[in-house]
Design a binder for this molecule. Structure first.
Ligand SMILES: Cc1cc2nc3c(=O)[nH]c(=O)nc-3n(C[C@H](O)[C@H](O)[C@H](O)COP(=O)(O)OP(=O)(O)OC[C@H]3O[C@@H](n4cnc5c(N)ncnc54)[C@H](O)[C@@H]3O)c2cc1C
Length: 399
C-alpha cells in the first residue's frame, strides 16, 4: 500500500517531506515519492496544503477501526489470590480517564479461585469485571495468561489497556502488544487523555532520564501502558458503585509448553520502603557512611525508614534495596525528608507520590527545592541536630 498522489494538485512545495518523521518521502522531479519506511501514518496527508495526498483504502479502514475501539481496561494482577496494590492505583487513574472520555472502566481478572475478588474491583470503580477462573491459571504463567488475554482483547477491542509495571506485568504485557500489533509505553510516571482525540498521553523518563517524554500511539489500538506501583495514589472505594461481573469460559487448549510449579517469595532484610510512612532520603551531601549514625538517630526519633540516592548506593553506604528513583524504588510516604540530595530527575520520579517533601540542602539553587513543600537551606550537619533538639523539646523529652 502506498500514499496516493494527485499529480494535478501537487505543487512540489515539499511540506509533506518535512512533515514525515520517518524520512519516508523525498521529492523526485518535484513530486513526492515514498520509500519502504512509509508507515501510512497520514501526517503528510495532513501537512499537504493542496490536499494532493490521500491514504489508500486499506489504511483508511485501519484508522476507522482505531476509532471504533472503546473503554479503558485494567489488568487485575493477583498475588497468592489477592489483588495486587497497583491494580487499585490503576483503577483510580482508569476511572479518571474513563470519565474524561465518557467510556467504561473494565477490569480483567485471571486465576483459579479468584472470582470472589471481582466484587472488590467493582467497589474501586470498575464498571465491568471479566473473570476467567480456571484451574490451569492457578499459577501465573505468561504463556497461558497471554493466550487468554490476547483472545479477549481481540474480541473486545479496548481503547486503552493498563497494567502494573511489576515483574509479571513486564513479562506479560509486551507479548500482548506484539500479538495485537500495537505500541506499549513501559514504566509511565503520568497518564492523561486528550478528550477530543482520545489519545492517551503516556509520560515517562527518556534518554537516560534527562527528559520527560510524553508518548502517544495514534494509529494502533489498544493504547497500552504499564505503570510502576506507588506512582498513583490508591483511591477511596466508591460506595454504592454498581457494575457487572462477566464470567468468560476458556474454549481453547491453553499452551502447555511452559509449566510453572510454584512461586517462592524471596526474603528481604530490613523494612519495606514502599510501605513506609516516613522516609529520610540521604544523598552525597552526607559525605560518608560514618555520618549515617546521625541519620539513624534522626530516623529513630521520627520512626522513619532510610533510603537514598543512587550515588549513596553505588558508594556502598546503603544497600541496593534502599535506592529510590528511576532505577530503584518508587515510594509514597506521607513525609519524605531529603538530606543532602540535589534532586536529579532520576531521583524525583521515585518520590513524586510522597505527600510532603522536606529538603535540607546547603545550595539554595538545588533542584530538590523545586519539588519540596518545605525547604531548609543549610548544612545538614547543623540542621538535623537542631531539628532533633526542637522535636524533643516539643515532646518534652530530654536532649
Ligand atoms: C539512567 C540513570 C538512572 C539513574 N537512576 C537513579 C535512581 O534510581 N536514583 C537516584 O537517586 N539517582 C539515579 N541516577 C543518578 C542521578 O542522575 C543523580 O546523579 C543522583 O540522584 C544524585 O545523587 P545525590 O543527590 O546524592 O548527589 P549530588 O547530585 O552530588 O547532590 C548532593 C547534594 O548534596 C548537597 N550537599 C552537600 N553537602 C551538604 C551539606 N553538608 N548539607 C546539605 N546539603 C549538602 C549539595 O548541595 C548537592 O545538592 C540515575 C542516573 C542515570 C543516568
Amino acid at each position: 500500500m502506498e500514499i496516493i498522489l494527485d499529480k494535478e494538485k501537487c505543487t512540489g512545495c515539499g511540506k509533506c517531506v518535512e512533515s514525515c518523521p520517518f524520512g519516508a518521502l523525498e521529492l523526485q522531479n518535484d513530486l513526492p515519492k515514498t520509500n519502504e519506511e512509509c508507515r501510512l501514518c497520514g501526517l503528510c496527508v495532513k501537512a499537504c496544503p493542496e490536499n494532493a495526498l490521500s491514504l489508500p483504502e486499506g489504511a483508511k479502514k485501519k484508522k476507522q477501526r482505531v476509532k471504533e475501539t472503546r473503554d479503558i481496561w485494567v489488568f487485575a494482577e493477583t498475588r497468592n489470590g489477592e489483588i495486587a496494590s497497583v491494580v487499585y492505583e490503576l483503577l483510580g487513574k482508569g476511572r479518571y480517564l474513563s470519565e474524561k472520555l465518557g467510556q467504561k472502566l473494565i477490569a480483567v481478572l485471571l486465576g483459579s479461585g479468584v472470582e470472589p475478588q471481582a466484587q472488590e474491583l467493582l467497589n474501586y470503580g470498575a464498571d465491568i469485571v471479566y473473570v476467567i477462573d480456571h484451574p490451569d491459571l492457578k499459577e501465573f504463567n505468561e504463556k497461558r495468561y497471554g493466550a487468554v488475554l490476547i483472545d479477549l482483547l481481540k474480541t473486545n477491542c479496548p481503547h486503552i489497556f493498563l497494567a502494573g509495571a511489576t515483574a509479571r506485568g513486564r513479562s506479560l504485557i509486551p507479548q500482548l502488544a506484539a500479538a495485537l500489533e500495537t505500541g506499549l509505553t513501559a514504566d509511565c510516571t503520568a497518564l492523561d487523555v486528550e478528550s477530543e482525540t482520545g489519545l492517551l498521553l503516556q509520560t515517562r523518563p527518556a534518554f537516560g532520564g534527562n527528559i520527560m517524554a510524553t508518548i502517544t500511539c495514534p494509529d494502533h489500538r489498544p493504547q497500552m501502558a504499564t505503570v510502576r506501583p506507588h506512582i498513583f495514589p490508591k483511591p477511596q472505594p466508591l460506595p454504592g458503585h454498581k457494575g457487572k461481573i462477566i464470567k468468560v469460559d476458556i474454549e481453547k487448549q491453553l499452551p502447555d509448553d511452559l509449566e510453572v510449579t510454584s512461586f517462592i517469595k524471596t526474603e528481604t532484610e530490613g523494612p519495606d520502603l514502599t510501605e513506609a510512612d516516613i522516609i529520610i532520603g540521604v544523598g552525597r551531601g552526607i559525605k560518608g557512611p560514618e555520618n549515617l549514625k546521625l541519620i539513624e538517630k534522626f530516623a529513630h526519633l521520627l520512626g522513619a525508614s532510610i533510603g537514598g540516592t543512587r550515588v549513596v548506593v553505588d558508594a556502598g553506604w546503603l544497600p541496593a534495596r534502599c535506592q529510590i528513583g528511576q532505577t530503584g524504588l518508587t515510594v509514597s510516604p506521607k513525609l519524605y525528608i531529603a538530606c543532602g540530595i540535589s534532586g536529579a530527575i532520576q531521583h524525583i520520579v521515585g518520590i513524586q507520590s510522597a505527600k510532603t517533601i522536606v529538603a535540607i540542602n546547603k545550595d539554595p539553587d538545588a533542584p530538590i527545592f523545586n519539588v519540596a513543600d518545605y525547604g531548609i537551606v543549610g548544612d545538614l550537619f547543623e540542621v538535623i541536630p537542631a531539628l532533633m533538639a526542637e522535636i524533643k523539646k516539643r515532646r518534652g523529652e530530654e536532649n
